[in-house]
Design a protein around this ligand. Structure first.
Ligand code: DX5
Ligand code: ZN
Length: 230
């Protein structure tokens, strides 16, 4: 069994109560805070920046924060996120003119580095930088919005990425992002993912205002993962 980790995407959280939302979703048994940064340039939406990441740390969030940059360019903002308490910083290769340099900048800033692949972007970018990535993030939707449907060709891409990681012998996490639900998380795990971003599936699970409202959907995801044959 792989070390499966569930990463709620706070894009679908209630931003007016973000600290409380993050505390509650972590208490429901999730592992990683997935932090979507959009710039209305690389993607057609605008979200949150380093000040919000820092605010979560000040709120007392100790968990891994996985900053998914959907911004172009990336180098200017990487050190700011490192100072703000990011654990991972991942970016899209199309958003950097010098991918190797940007990966090095993430690590030199004290964070773990990752590359993100859009649904139509081939994995070729990894060939000469496998020693410089700690995470490979495959988008199973086109980036920009929560609540989209899982693109099924991502399953083949996961299998391909899993082979590359296993052949490298490196402890690189394989994360999937977009359209992950209780009813598909098992086949996604079987295709090779070990880290599962889920936004709308978790945060829209229930509207009740009790602190435990994310428990049942997270437990259902864990139960599906426990059945995965890998
Ligand atoms: C999309 C973001 C995702 C998004 C996933 O660009 O990168 O992290 O929040 O949302 P769901 O899980 O609703 O597809
Ligand atoms: Zn994301």
């Amino acid at each position: 069994m792989r070390d499966f980790q569930i990463a709620p995407s706070i894009l679908s959280a209630d931003f007016a109560r973000l600290g409380e939302e993050v505390t509650n979703v972590l208490a429901s048994g999730t592992d990683i805070v997935h932090f979507d940064v959009m710039d209305n340039h690389y993607v057609p939406n605008l979200t949150i920046g380093p000040l919000v990441c820092e605010a979560l740390r000040k709120h007392g969030v100790k968990a891994t924060i996985d900053v998914h940059l959907m911004v172009k360019p990336v180098d200017r903002i990487i050190p700011d996120f490192a100072k703000a308490g990011a654990t991972y910083i991942t970016f899209h290769p199309e958003a950097s003119d010098h991918i190797d340099r940007s990966l090095a900048l993430v690590r030199d800033s004290g964070c773990k580095a990752g590359l993100v692949f859009n649904p139509a972007t081939p994995l070729d970018y990894l060939k000469y930088v496998m020693d410089k990535v700690d995470m490979i993030l495959l988008m199973s939707v086109n980036p920009g919005f929560g609540g989209q449907s899982f693109i099924r060709s991502s399953l083949d891409k996961l299998r391909e990425a899993r082979k590359l990681i296993d052949a490298s012998g490196r402890p690189i996490r394989l994360e999937i992002d977009g359209g992950v639900k209780v009813d598909n998380i098992r086949e996604i795990a079987e295709a090779g993912a070990d880290t599962f971003v889920a936004g709308s599936a978790i945060f829209s699970a229930a509207k009740a205002s009790d602190a435990n409202r994310y428990n049942s959907v997270v437990a259902a995801m864990r139960a599906e993962l426990a059945k995965a044959k890998i």
